[in-house]
Design a binder for this molecule. Structure first.
Ligand SMILES: *Cc1c(COP(=O)(O)O)cnc(C)c1O
Length: 365
């Protein structure tokens, strides 16, 4: 039985008629950049997921960049983030001329370790970018306590955690700003590039809205330095078609994860921890095993697709060599990169496919 790591086909085939009709309407109305479809999506996204308001942007990297501009990070400032994440979590820090500083993650959840975070704070630290990796909310109470103590601006990278809550609060509302990605492989994926910005602070939302359109409120008047971070109309239209399905897709991801958590019995395997403060929306289901490469080969033989997310932590990427943090600097992140393997977990997987993954893992010797 074949089990692809990810197949975007079934979901898009099932929505084809509705999606193409929505695109046609947007096309006919020539609503190409922002416009009604994006405004509708912003309202629907906010209402459905519990945000006071939301701004559609043109990638998941865009709101991270905008949030770093809003925070006022700049040359000489340090911003702390996790070394075990997608590279984009850190890019915004570089874009505004500040310095990324890493703090190691926890073993259980792959998320920022609050004690390591506290230890990384210096007099130059101005902010934190918290990543809710793989859909699992990070330990926000402890992280916000560090932020309050040192007066730090907190950005939550929710690219993988759409729909997740921390102790009942939607992720992105705990810190100063939250960011989402609608890259096609994300839990809520567009048909192209997309992202969103949220904030519980209305003044930040207003400034983000101006930054999104070249720092302007009125056309051709630019009160602040901005950029082009606009979502296109087609993405707004498509995301409006997809959003009503998100809750069911998330429930299906959680059900598959539940099967993996109870079914996988292989000795030496480490399953992701399930903390009480926030249930994961399982963008990924990532396990660790000391013989990861052999386990992966075994699964390939059983026609099961897997992926290494992530094979190289950020501090060991060439682009950050100048930070001078070599191997051994962040042992938990490095061990995670060396032993992790992500399993198939998209909503359209059949139960039989999930059982095949479990049986195949358990038969690894
Ligand atoms: C996908 C992702 C991003 C960036 O999103 P893009 O839409 O590719 O720009 C940022 N952070 C994390 C953790 C991601 O997974």
């Amino acid at each position: 039985m074949k089990v692809p790591f990810l197949d975007l086909g079934p979901q898009h085939r099932s929505l084809r008629t509705e999606a193409l009709a929505a695109l046609a309407a947007t096309y006919d109305a020539t609503r190409f950049c922002l416009g009604k479809d994006v405004e509708d999506f912003e309202k629907n996204f906010a209402t459905t997921l519990g945000y006071p308001r939301a701004l559609g942007m043109n990638s998941g990297t865009a709101p991270l960049h905008v949030a770093c501009m809003l925070a006022g990070f700049g040359p000489g400032d340090e911003v702390i983030t996790a070394p075990f994440t997608f590279i984009s979590s850190a890019w915004g820090i570089n874009y505004v001329g500040a310095k990324p500083v890493f703090a190691d993650i926890e073993e259980g959840t792959f998320n920022l370790d609050p004690a390591k975070l506290a230890a990384a704070v210096t007099p130059r630290t101005k902010g934190i970018i918290v990543v809710h990796l793989f859909g699992q909310p990070a330990r926000m109470d402890e992280i916000m306590a560090v932020a309050k103590k040192h007066n730090l601006f907190v950005i939550e990278d929710c690219a993988q955690a759409v729909g997740a809550k921390y102790r009942g609060t939607p992720v992105g509302l705990l810190g100063d700003a939250g960011t989402f990605s609608f890259y096609p492989t994300k839990n809520l994926g567009g048909c192209g590039e997309g992202g969103a910005f949220v904030s519980r602070r209305e003044e930040l939302h207003t400034r983000a809205r101006h930054i999104r359109v070249h720092g302007s409120d009125r056309r051709y008047y630019h009160d602040i330095v901005g950029g082009n971070f606009r979502m296109d109309g087609f993405q707004g239209a498509l995301l409006n078609v997809k959003l009503p399905h998100l809750a069911a897709w998330t429930a299906r991801r959680q059900a598959i994860a539940g099967r993996y958590l109870t079914g996988i019995k292989l000795a030496g395997v480490r399953l992701p921890e399930q903390p009480v403060y926030g249930q994961s929306v399982f963008h990924q289901f990532t396990i660790r095993h000391p013989r990861r490469d052999a386990l992966r080969e075994h699964l390939t033989k059983h026609e099961i697709g897997t992926d290494l997310i992530y094979p190289v932590p950020l501090h060991l990427q060439k682009c950050y060599a100048s930070l001078g943090q070599g191997p051994g600097t962040f042992p938990v992140a490095e061990k995670s990169a060396a032993t992790c393997v992500s399993l198939p977990i998209f909503p359209e997987l059949a139960d039989a496919q999930v059982e095949h993954v479990i049986a195949s893992i358990n038969s690894f010797a």
